[in-house]
Ligand binder design. Structure first.
Ligand code: NOJ
Ligand code: MG
Length: 526
């Protein structure tokens, strides 16, 4: 039975794969991945067994924040290709039963967007109120104490009109004013532009930062702050983050998504407390289908901690809300580096057997690790603004290594970031190796498609100890159990079942009732 046969909507039983387009496949030798490159590799994604591909921004951009600074929401940057290339990719994906999700960046444009150029011209400009302008504070400095996510004040003075504009992220990313109905209409129009072209949904960027206190009050200090959290977290974003009006915008986005014959999927990116991000499901599930669940993305890898997070999330989910899980993305440390490569196989089992939609970040399926970036090759503005704190995201954005040839099969030119081209990190080698991480991901994704208990069954914890976390997924009388060993010692599996899948390598002659060091296994319960 294929995953498509389940009665639940595709995005519930399916899985999402995040493509970071600059680093997936280059087709024209400029060292930067592009749309034609993604199209060339669609068979790889279909063969992996994922259902939807979320592509980080490909819109025209000066690339101050690598595409998260947009000058036109309805076009493609020449670096990535053309609208025709996009249509071609979309058709080729659909022909393989793959959905395409775009990245929607509602909170800010590029400094070079024509809207901002017009807005900054004069205080009377027709688009002045499309952005957030304020007079200097009493001391001539910024209007309040807000700190940019990438360091420094969240305000920049524009000498032309003597006012400051708000930028929650870089100076080059002025924040849009979502309290202005014209802005809302323009942005909803951009969503429809892609939906009408056939795009299947959006991952919506940084929603918690979209709307701000009308009085722009100072944020209070964060008593728990440490520098590795980044300068912005030295404040609690009481007046700049998670304002209730965000949900009104999200609800309107959902109405638009629902107006299409096949409903479009909306995944929301919002970091925050459990209550804060769960709120984006909206009353009566009127918000995002899936507000990203980032509980695992920074979690300490211990049985009790992970079990606790899973139980807390399961218990807190609003009624009928569909869960989802994430181990990493283009902003966060690679999972294999964060918890150690020895745990990465078990983490894959967790991601792909918990209840809910998994999102795989490109390269996770190869066990990719953070790649050290020499100082002269740093690209990320965050690292440049706040050097040496480990905040820079280049190490997790390095190109995928396809083969052992020159440019790792990624590019015929010079890659924009260094490539980890160890042979064992290449798709070519891992394809041929039944014990590789890639083979494990394929087997897990195939198992999810085959087994309704994994795709849509209920969740229950079976056992938690210092070393073991075991849980059950159940669909009617069909029960599948998962056992994860968080320790380096061998552990006996505490239930009777028939082995369906194990992280043990084939050569080690696995004893089906024993988990090896950091191993994980999946059983059908008798
Ligand atoms: C979140 C994105 O994932 C990140 O890469 C980006 O820098 C910020 N939002 C700003 O758009
Ligand atoms: Mg290219």
């Amino acid at each position: 039975m294929s995953g498509k046969a389940h009665s639940l909507e595709w995005w519930k039983t399916g899985s999402v794969y995040q493509v970071y387009p600059r680093s997936f496949q280059d087709s024209d030798g400029d060292g930067i991945g592009d749309l034609a490159g993604i199209e060339q590799r669609l068979d790889y994604l279909a063969g992996l067994g994922v259902d939807a591909v979320w592509i980080s921004p490909i819109y025209p951009s000066p690339m101050a924040d690598f595409g998260y600074d947009i000058t036109d929401y309805c076009d493609v940057d020449p670096m990535f290709g053309t609208l025709e290339d996009f249509d071609s990719l979309l058709a080729a994906a659909h022909a393989r039963d793959l959905k395409i999700l775009m990245d929607f960046v509602p909170g800010h444009t590029s400094l070079e967007h024509p809207w901002f150029a017009e807005s900054r011209k004069s205080r009377k400009s027709a688009r002045r109120d499309w952005y957030i302008w304020r007079d200097p504070g009493p001391d001539g400095g910024p209007p309040n104490n807000w700190i940019s996510e990438f360091g420094g004040p969240a305000w920049t003075l524009d000498p032309a009109t003597g006012q400051y504009y708000l930028h929650i992220f870089l100076t080059e990313q002025p924040s849009l004013n979502w309290r202005n109905p014209e802005v809302c209409e323009a942005m909803y129009g951009a969503m429809r532009f892609w939906f009408d072209r056939g795009v299947d949904g959006f991952r919506v960027d940084a929603v918690e930062h979209m709307v701000h206190d009308t009085q722009l009050r100072d944020n209070p200090p964060n008593p728990d702050w440490v520098p590795s959290m980044g300068p912005a977290r030295s404040h609690i974003g009481r007046y700049s983050q998670h304002q209730p009006e965000v949900l009104e915008v999200v609800r309107e986005m959902r109405r638009i998504a629902q107006s299409y014959p096949e409903e479009k999927l909306l995944i929301g990116e919002a970091y925050g407390t459990l209550d804060q991000f769960l709120a984006y499901y909206g009353a009566e599930l009127s918000g995002f289908h899936l507000p990203f669940n980032f509980l695992l993305i920074g979690a300490t890898w211990s049985a009790r901690n992970i079990a606790g997070l899973v139980e807390t999330y399961e218990a807190a989910l609003p009624e009928r809300a569909w869960p989802n899980w994430v181990l990493g993305n283009h902003d966060r440390a690679r999972i294999a580096s964060r918890i150690g490569p020895e745990n990465a196989r078990a983490a894959a089992v967790v991601l792909l057997t918990l209840r809910g939609t998994p999102t795989i970040y490109q390269g996770e399926e190869l066990g990719m690790e953070n790649v050290p970036i020499p100082p002269d090759r740093v690209m990320d503005p965050w690292e440049k603004n706040v050097p040496g704190e480990g905040l820079g995201r280049d190490p997790v954005r390095t190109p995928l290594a396809w083969d052992t040839g020159a440019g790792a099969g990624f590019t015929s030119g010079t890659p924009w970031l260094p490539i980890d081209d160890r042979p064992e990190m290449t798709v070519e080698r891992q394809n041929a190796d039944p014990d590789s991480m890639l083979s494990l991901y394929r087997a897990l994704l195939a198992l999810r498609r085959r087994e309704p208990a994994l795709a849509k069954g209920s969740y229950a914890t079976l056992q938690v100890s210092e070393a073991l976390f075991c849980y059950e997924r159940r669909d009617n009388s069909d029960r599948i159990a998962v056992a994860i060993n968080f320790s380096a010692e061998r552990q006996t599996v505490p239930f009777e079942g028939d082995l369906l899948l194990s992280t043990e390598t084939t050569g080690s002659g696995p004893d089906p009732d024993v988990l090896g060091s950091h191993g994980a296994a999946i059983y059908r319960l008798r």
